[in-house]
Design a protein around this ligand. Structure first.
Ligand code: ZN
Length: 226
């Protein structure tokens, strides 16, 4: 996940989201729901047994379905709540709230390209689009004109050299690259990955067009074989 992020402000959005799952007690509320479902089903099973048996097996199948559904993810309402609270926390900490949705868009594109996923997130799910739109809407409300808000993009990217990119067994690592004037992403893809076609992935990783001509000193993330 750190490899996909492009600034401290984006990281603040992700950490805010995770912290919000805790402060809103999503784990505990989920557990209560699961236990409630379990008791209901046991009661139904007991009722079925009293009424002459035969009903226990279907009731138990139902409880397993409910449990796995409840426990497999935080659920849509909790994800929306964590997005909203999390963005508020990032803004309160002084970060630009307009960055978080950029990360979500980038993640969606990279997930389509490479299958890099994240909890509660599905690139093909219509809900992901709705989450991005809601984040953008709230960010516009929070970020007032004249307010000093931190992004810290170059500072963040400079920390990433050596980070594993993708599955460890694939052997890719990130490198924080300082561009020379006139360099292009296909040049860098050829130099570090031996294949100009990787320029699309480099472009997505950095929110750039793959025909961009880089400026002297521009900080970008590149991927190289270990
Ligand atoms: Zn979440």
């Amino acid at each position: 996940m750190l490899a996909v992020l492009n600034s401290e402000a984006e990281l603040a959005g992700v950490l805010g989201h995770e912290i919000a799952h805790v402060t809103q007690r999503h784990g505990a509320r989920q557990m209560t729901k699961a236990l409630g479902a379990q008791f209901l089903t046991l009661a139904a099973a007991a009722g079925g047994a009293l009424a002459g048996g035969g009903a226990i097996a279907p009731a138990i199948t139902l409880t397993q379905a409910v449990m796995s559904n409840v426990l497999s993810g935080h659920g849509r309402a909790f994800e929306f709540e964590a997005d909203e609270k999390g963005l508020y926390y990032a803004w309160k900490a002084g970060y630009d709230p307009r960055e978080a949705s950029k990360f979500m868009r980038r993640l969606r594109q990279l997930e389509r390209l490479r299958g890099i996923g994240y909890h509660g997130f599905g690139s093909t799910h219509p809900e992901t689009t709705l989450r991005i739109l809601k984040l953008e809407e709230l960010a516009q409300v929070l970020a007032r004109p004249g307010q000093k808000l931190a992004v810290k993009g170059d500072h963040y990217k400079a920390q990433l050299s050596g980070l594993v990119y993708g599955e460890r067994k694939e052997g890719y690592r990130l490198k924080a690259h300082r561009a020379r004037a006139g360099e292009t992403l296909p040049d860098l893809a050829a130099k570090y990955l031996g294949n100009r076609n990787f320029s699309l992935e480099l472009a997505l990783l950095n929110d750039l067009d793959d025909r961009t001509v880089l400026k002297e000193g521009q900080r970008i993330k590149i991927v190289r074989k270990k």
